[in-house]
Each structure stands twice: as C-alpha cells, then as structure tokens.
Design a binder for this molecule. Sequence first.
Ligand SMILES: Cc1cc2nc3c(=O)[nH]c(=O)nc-3n(C[C@H](O)[C@H](O)[C@H](O)COP(=O)(O)OP(=O)(O)OC[C@H]3O[C@@H](n4cnc5c(N)ncnc54)[C@H](O)[C@@H]3O)c2cc1C
Length: 501
Amino acid sequence: MNKTVTVIGAGVAGLASGIRLLNAGYEVTIVERHHKVGGKMSQLEFDGYKFDLGPTIVMMPELYREIFELAGKNPDDYIPLERIDPMYSSYFDDGSTRYRATNDLVETVKMLDSFNDTDSEGFLKYLSDLYSRFNVAKDHFLQRSFRSKKEFYNPFIISQGLKLKTLNSADNLLRKYIKDDRMRQMIAFQTLYIGISPFKGPSLYTIIPMIEYVYGIWFIKGGMYSMAKGMATLFEEMGGTLRLNSEVERIVIEKGTAKGIEVDQQIHYSDFVMCNADFPYAMKHLVKEEKYKGKYTDKYIDEMDYSCSCFVMYFGMDKKYDEVIDIHNFVFSNDLDTNIDQIFTGDTIDDPSIYMYIPSKIDSSLAPEGKDGVYVLIPVSDLSTLKSKWTEETSQFYRGKAIDKISKLPGMENFESEIITEKQMTPKDFDNVFNAYNGATFGLRPTLTQSNHLRPQSTSPNCKNLYFTGSSTHPGAGVPIVLLSAKIGVNDLINDEQSKG
Ligand SMILES: Cc1cc2nc3c(=O)[nH]c(=O)nc-3n(C[C@H](O)[C@H](O)[C@H](O)COP(=O)(O)OP(=O)(O)OC[C@H]3O[C@@H](n4cnc5c(N)ncnc54)[C@H](O)[C@@H]3O)c2cc1C
C-alpha cells in the first residue's frame, strides 16, 4: 500500500510538495484553512475585477514550468507565460523623472552612458559578479538541505560559501560598481522583494535584479494566481485530495514520530506530515509539546528576526491608463534612505515608496471592459518591529500617502476620483488570513544568522516523519525559491524513507 502524507497548507510550497509527492508514488492530502488555494499567491475577486493578492513578478520561469514537466504535462496548458519588456518604470522626483528598465542591453548601456562615463562598465561588472555568485548559489546552496553541521562545515562547502562573498551589504557592493544614485537605488531597493534592507542585507541579494536583467521577467496569463490554480488542478488530476476551509489545530506526534494532524478535534493519521504553514507559527502553535520544538521554543521564535511586511491596496478603476504607465511601476520616496530605515525601525514612514501593478493592461480578463485594476503595495514594518499598533487609521494614512504619490504621475492626476471599488491587505490580515507570523510577508528575515544551515531546514530535528517547507525555511522567500524548498523537502522525505529500507 502507498505511504500517506498530509500537507498542511496549499501555498506555493504546499501545492508543489503535493505534486512532487504524488509523482513519487505517495498518497497525498493537502489541508488548507483558507477557502482558496495559493496562500499568499491567492486571488481577490470583486465587482468584476481580479487581483493577484501577493506575488506579481515572475522570475526564473523554468522553475514554474518544472513542476508541470515533472508530471509529464505541458506547462503551457496550465501557465501560459509571456515575457515582459520593458520590465518596469521607476519614477523619481514626484514622478517628474522616469527610467524604464529593459533587458535590451543596448538601451541599458545608452541610459547608463547618459548618467556618467563609468556606470555602464560598473553595471556590467555588477552583472558579471552576481552572475558568478548566482551559479555558485544555484549549484551548492539553493537546491540542497543542510541537515547536519558536517554538511555545511566542510572544506568544499566553505570554499563555495566564500565565493558568495556574503559579508558586505547590498548597498556597499553597489557603491563599488555604480555611481549614479538613481540607478543604484533602482537595484538596491529590490532586496525588499524578500523583506530585507539593502543597507543591512547581505550583498548576495542583489542577485534579484541581476536575474531580472539577465533572464527577464514574465507574466502568466490570468495573473500569478493561474500558477496556484494550475498546480491545484494538476494535483487533483494526479489523484491528490484537497481539503479547503480546514484549519489544522495540531500536528499529532507520538513517541517522537509525527502521526498526522488534528482538524475540528478529529485526528487524521498519515505516515508523514509536510508542513507548509509558516515555520515560526507552526512551531509555536501546531507543535504543542516542548520536547518536540527543540531550540525553537516560543521565546526563541519571538527573538528571531522577521522580514518586512506589505500593505497592499487593490483599486478597481473607472478607466484604463493606456498612455503612460507600465504593468510594473515603482514610485520612489524622495528620501529612500529614511524610508528604508523607517521600515526596519518600526517608525511611521513619512514618505513611502510604492509599487504599482496593472496587469489588466495586457490581460483584459482581469478587469471589466474599458477599465483597469490597480494593485498598489507599500513595504511596511512587520508587526514585531512596528512601534505602534496597526489600526484603521494606519491604513487610511498610508492609503492617503499612496494616492498623493500616484496623483503626481502624468495621466493619473484624478486617480482618487476614478476609484470605483477597493480592498486592502494589511500586515494584520497576512497574519490572520494565512498565519504569516508577525505579518512578515516574506517569513524569517534572511540575515546571515538565519540563512543556509542556520535557517530552519526541511527536516524536523526533533521529530521523525515531520517536514517543513515554505518561505521561513531554507532556501527562503519568493515563489521560485519556495518551489525549491518544496523540492528539497520532498527529496529529504524520500531519502529518509529509502534509507530506512
Ligand atoms: C504582497 C506580496 C508580494 C510578493 N511579491 C512577490 C513577487 O512579485 N514575486 C515572487 O516571487 N514572490 C513574491 N512574494 C513572495 C511569495 O508570495 C511568497 O514567498 C510565497 O508565495 C510563499 O509561499 P509559501 O508556500 O511559503 O507560503 P504561504 O503562501 O503563506 O502558504 C502557507 C499556506 O498555509 C496555510 N495555513 C497556515 N496555517 C494553517 C493551518 N493551521 N491549517 C491549514 N492551513 C494553514 C495558509 O493559509 C497558506 O495558504 C510576495 C509576497 C507578498 C505577500
């Protein structure tokens, strides 16, 4: 008889784990508390508009495709992908200065040459430096676990680790290569994609813009949610069982071995448990007995560092903004250093940067005819860093700031009066709806002391047959990266079973 696995959570990593486990011959049930699949990659649908709830930028599409290919399917049948170029617009000086980031090297060099005579060379050196580091990370760190000290602290891995040059900050590294403040800011800002400050975060994370410039960014027809829906469809086609609206209350552990889960005070037994619920939340609330938490006691969990959060507004508009705006747009604070500082000190952000995403520009299925849906995101502090409580006034305050900034962009002067309908997700909502601990949308912050072998691994160190996957585990946050965490977790589970004979 096939061995059984219960997966807690139908986020990206839970769905990908489910598909990989079915493919390896396990019988799999995914249990999700929300009424939709996808977790942070879910969708909001209201008044004829469809909004991606969280992720919007597709990078490393080969990892998205891999999950369908491994099951012998054609990814194009589930997630039709299209490359986006120019990739995005960046606005400075209250919208009066606009740069467009493109994969066209000729155009990029032309733009950099117009800044000064050294930045083109510096930019190419930056790309080459990060490209080399990316290859090292991909081959030796991103696709494997570190389950024992020996697996990390050995001469080969340490020599590879040194090649990653993780000790300087993203900002320091960029200063070495790029003089122009704006160009540097456009690159440095992107460490916020995984919830980390460019001033404090390891320089390795400037890998993200390198991936954009070298490999491009992509759009999935129907928006990011098509990936979640596509994975759920494939999972069910392969014979998996998906239970929505079901909150797991406890991981059942008997004599040091995970035996299943408890939902509505009923125990459901399985041979293995794969937990996609956020690791710190799960350790605190689903693993009940102290002895199975190991070093992750409630106190330890509360003392860990968390990524920043996001305040997201979803606006259904009365018109289309064809003239000026791109699909992806960044509107920078006039004082980016203070803006980033305030995100990580928990102070009120006086002049926030915003990200604006309008996929209905290229996909008419996402808004009523002749109208656009506009997603606006402000990076904000996580709830453990925030110095005051997040209240309705906080939401109103940041909504006002966002609308002020948007209204200064050409063609968007009447933005507020053109809103027909709207919803929001606050850090508290990310916590309440998806159990994202501290509302930290990218999970545990990937500091040096919370990365690689020092980040929670897929295998529970204190309990047999229990595995973890998702953004707070190694290798970290972001859709492609949690897809890798699913691959690592499932491989560990299979290897453990095979080694038992
Ligand atoms: C606003 C925002 C923008 C982002 N932008 C991008 C982007 O552009 N590109 C990119 O690559 N990444 C982006 N990300 C990051 C990316 O979305 C995440 O890293 C990824 O989706 C996390 O997936 P996950 O499976 O780890 O976790 P989750 O999506 O959090 O999944 C965990 C699941 O477990 C469920 N769960 C929790 N507790 C229980 C329980 N007790 N019982 C049952 N179910 C439970 C939750 O409801 C959830 O569905 C963004 C994230 C956010 C929030």
